[in-house]
Design a protein around this ligand. Structure first.
Ligand code: GRF
Length: 192
C-alpha cells in the first residue's frame, strides 16, 4: 500500500513539486494527501490545487513566526484522521513542537539548504557564502523540537564557486534538493 504524505510549506513549493514528480515517475510509491501552508498566497498551494491535491491554509492567528500550539494540536488530529504516514516540511518557516512531534514520532522530515549541523536557520546558503565556506549543500533530517537539529538522513554537497552570489548558490543547491528529498523520503520509509 502506498505511503500517505502530508506536505507543509510557506513558499514556492519547488520541493513539494519534486515529491510530486518522484511519485509520477515511479521513484516513490506514495501519495500526497494534503498540502498545508501558513501563507495563503504561497505558490505551494497552487501546485497542489493544479494536481487535484487538497490544499489548506493554516490560520496562525496573526503571529509572524510562532506556530501556535492549538494550531499544531488541530493539525495533529487532522493528519491522524487522514491516516498520514509521513509529514514533509518543504520550506515551512515555523518551528514544529510537541503536539505534532508526539503524534508523528520519527515521521516528520525537513529539508534544509546547508550541510547541517553547519548553518541552521534562515538563508543558510547566504550564511555559507558569508562565512567563506568552499562547500555548501543540503540536508534532509528528522524534525525535533530544535531549529534544524534533528538526526540527519541524507546530505548532498554543492561546491561554492568563486563568482557565486547568494542567488546562484541557492539555485544550484535547489537543483540538488529536488533530487535529495525524494531519495531521503525513500530512505526514511525503509526505516519505518
Ligand atoms: C528550500 O531551499 C528549503 O531547503 C528551505 O526552504 C526552501 C524552500 O523552497 N527549507 P521551495 O518552497 O521548496 O521552493
Amino acid at each position: 500500500m502506498s505511503l500517505r504524505i502530508a506536505v507543509l510549506g510557506s513558499g514556492s513549493g519547488s520541493n513539494c513539486q519534486s515529491i510530486f514528480n518522484a511519485i509520477d515517475d515511479g521513484r516513490l510509491d506514495a501519495e500526497v494527501v494534503i498540502v498545508l501552508s501558513d501563507n495563503p498566497d504561497a505558490y505551494i498551494l497552487e501546485r497542489a490545487r493544479q494536481r487535484g491535491v487538497r490544499a489548506e491554509v493554516m490560520d496562525c492567528q496573526g503571529y509572524k513566526n510562532k506556530f501556535p500550539l492549538e494550531v499544531q494540536e488541530a493539525l495533529a488530529a487532522q493528519l491522524t484522521e487522514l491516516k498520514v504516514d509521513l509529514v514533509c516540511l518543504a520550506g515551512f518557516m515555523r518551528l514544529v513542537k510537541e503536539p505534532l512531534l508526539a503524534a508523528f514520532p520519527r515521521r516528520i522530515l525537513n529539508i534544509h539548504p546547508a550541510l547541517l549541523p553547519a548553518f541552521p536557520g534562515v538563508e543558510a546558503w547566504k550564511q555559507a557564502l558569508e562565512a567563506g565556506a568552499t562547500q555548501a549543500g543540503c540536508t534532509v533530517h528528522y524534525v525535533d523540537a530544535g531549529m534544524d537539529t534533528g538526526e540527519i538522513i541524507m546530505q548532498a554537497y554543492v561546491p561554492v564557486l568563486p563568482d557565486d552570489t547568494a542567488a546562484t548558490l541557492h539555485a544550484r543547491i535547489q537543483v540538488q534538493e529536488h533530487i535529495l528529498y525524494p531519495a531521503a523520503i525513500l530512505s526514511a520509509i525503509s526505516r519505518l
